[in-house]
Design a protein around this ligand. Structure first.
Ligand code: SF4
Ligand code: SF4
Length: 246
């Protein structure tokens, strides 16, 4: 973490950072959001190492995503206002593949901490083999609701039957993440490129972090078992960007 002497150096480098993996439509928004985050850090005199840690852990990307999602959730004519989502409606917590979605280091640590108290108890997989281990199999409520990652905060639908069909493997429209989630992923990708050679920006599998936590693994072991390789973030950004175009 020694190559940048000041946050102002870092800010200048954002403009030169590679946009590899960042969808073209999100390059300018991601750069602008990252520069604004660094400007705020400068304004509040955040120490350089603290800012680099927050970038590495994904705190910056998450803060940018949450700022972007707020007006989308508040829009009286937007998708959130039309959503059919309700407590106990959990088809969206039946996860495809064994990954469950890309989350940051900060999100992975919070998710693990939230699930430690329920380690060993029956989990969502007792309801559906592909369900998120964070889920309560009886109530079908998320047992890590306050710590749920950005992908869970962003996913919604106006059509429960579409969610049920997607959960059974069908490809249908009617459910998906809000655009703020794709911006969060784009900022995380740009952050990874900005810090390449300085510090690695790790990402994790949501379902494997949750499984490790409820199976009783320590935080370090759960995160090590869930840590992504080099391509998962790029794959996730490309997948979400393609879905937004539909
Ligand atoms: S996204 Fe679909 S399954 Fe999830 S709460 Fe909303 S309507 Fe229910
Ligand atoms: S963390 Fe919670 S909201 Fe997210 S998929 Fe798992 S059970 Fe559902």
């Amino acid at each position: 973490m020694k190559s940048f002497k000041t946050l102002t150096d870092l800010r200048v480098r954002v403009a030169k950072a590679s946009t590899k993996g960042v969808p073209p439509a999100l390059r300018d928004p991601a750069r602008g959001a990252l520069v604004a985050w660094i400007d705020t850090a400068i304004q509040y005199e955040m120490p350089l190492n603290a800012a680099l840690r927050r970038l590495r852990d994904g705190d910056a990307a998450e803060a940018i995503g949450r700022t972007a999602i707020a007006p989308q959730l508040a829009d009286p004519n937007g998708p959130a206002a039309k959503a059919a989502c309700a407590p106990g409606c959990a088809f969206c917590c039946i996860l495809s593949g064994d990954d469950g979605g890309t989350i940051t280091q900060a999100e992975a640590r919070r998710l693990h901490q939230a699930l430690v108290p329920v380690a060993g108890a029956p989990d969502g997989r007792a309801w559906n083999a592909k369900a998120c281990p964070s889920l309560d199999p009886e109530t079908r409520l998320c047992r890590a609701y306050d710590a749920r990652p950005m992908i869970c905060r962003s996913y919604m639908s106006s059509d429960v039957s579409a969610c049920e069909m997607i959960a059974s493997g069908a490809t249908v429209q009617g459910a998906g993440v809000l655009g703020a989630h794709t911006l969060y992923l784009a900022v995380l990708t740009l952050t990874r490129n900005l810090l390449r050679g300085i510090v690695r920006v790790p990402t994790y599998s949501l379902s494997r972090v949750a499984a490790g936590a409820v199976d009783g693994l320590s935080e370090d072991d759960a995160l090590n078992s869930a840590r992504h390789g080099t391509h998962e973030l790029d794959d996730e950004v490309a997948r979400q960007a393609a879905m937004l175009k539909r």
